[in-house]
Design a protein around this ligand. Structure first.
Ligand SMILES: C[S@@+](CC[C@H](N)C(=O)[O-])C[C@H]1O[C@@H](n2cnc3c(N)ncnc32)[C@H](O)[C@@H]1O
Length: 228
């Protein structure tokens, strides 16, 4: 199987992307229970995909960006635009809460992305990042999907461990408020049952598949002051 770039992959996946695999469901459970709710806040979802996390999220303002115009079109939301996390089309200090969910593993390097996430968030605001867990990649898990014809594809991705996230966030003027690992367990067992994959569930139970970080922006990086 030849691995696809994220742009190629999400162009193909967009028509049948549901966000209902084990990683996506577990990630959503963790974000909903362990991170600040978006209710009444100015929210930016970076790498929003079809925007499914933005629907009915309760934010005062909810905006999403993604590099895949096909994913954005499939979601049919108005409040979204095409943009790369490494060059966000917003002035600094605009949002109370910035999400970047299950996206950073598509970048070989985290620094520029974290600089942008921190820049667009107001000082004292929250940046919530989730990623595919490096342990899962080390254990042989790969990011794959089936296109509308049922053909299996792999997406090129890069493992980033917790230290890499923390260092990039710290260099961008953020402190870490919390870090969590989401492991394969009872909360997502029904997904394996429905897919008739209880053998995989038994094999991988306890394996960390989602990494979740909650950062707060605490200082302006001197060189970026003009951007805020
Ligand atoms: C696994 S999906 C997650 C979508 C959404 N965050 C969610 O949790 O439902 C990853 C998304 O990241 C987007 N993406 C990949 N690289 C990106 C980049 N450099 N900047 C912005 N979005 C990117 C992809 O197009 C895709 O829609």
């Amino acid at each position: 199987m030849i691995a696809l770039t994220p742009r190629q992959a999400y162009r193909l996946w967009a028509p049948n992307y549901r966000g209902d695999n084990a990683v996506c469901v577990l990630e959503d459970q963790l974000v909903s229970t362990l991170t600040p709710p978006p209710q009444g806040r100015r929210l930016l979802d970076v790498g929003c995909g079809t925007g499914l996390r933005l629907r009915n999220c309760g934010a005062a303002i909810a905006f999403g960006v993604d590099t895949s115009t096909e994913m954005l079109s499939a979601g049919e939301l108005d409040n979204v635009a095409a943009a790369d996390v490494r060059a966000l089309p917003f002035p600094g200090n605009q949002f109370d809460l910035v999400w970047c969910r299950l996206m950073l593993s598509y970048l070989p390097d985290l620094k520029q992305a974290y600089t942008e996430l921190a820049r667009v968030c107001r000082l004292g605001g929250d940046v919530v990042v989730s990623d595919f867990h490096a342990d899962a990649i080390r254990a042989g898990h790969r990011q794959t999907f089936r296109d509308a014809e049922g053909t299996l594809h792999e997406i090129i991705h890069h493992p980033h461990d917790a230290r890499a996230h923390m260092e990039a966030a710290a260099a961008s003027g953020m402190i870490m408020k919390a870090a969590h690992s989401g492991t394969i367990g009872a909360s997502i067992k029904p997904i394996y049952e429905r897919a008739n994959h209880l053998d995989m569930y038994a094999r991988d139970q306890g394996l960390a598949i989602v990494a979740l970080f909650h950062f707060e922006t605490v200082y302006e990086r001197v060189n970026d002051r003009s951007l805020r």
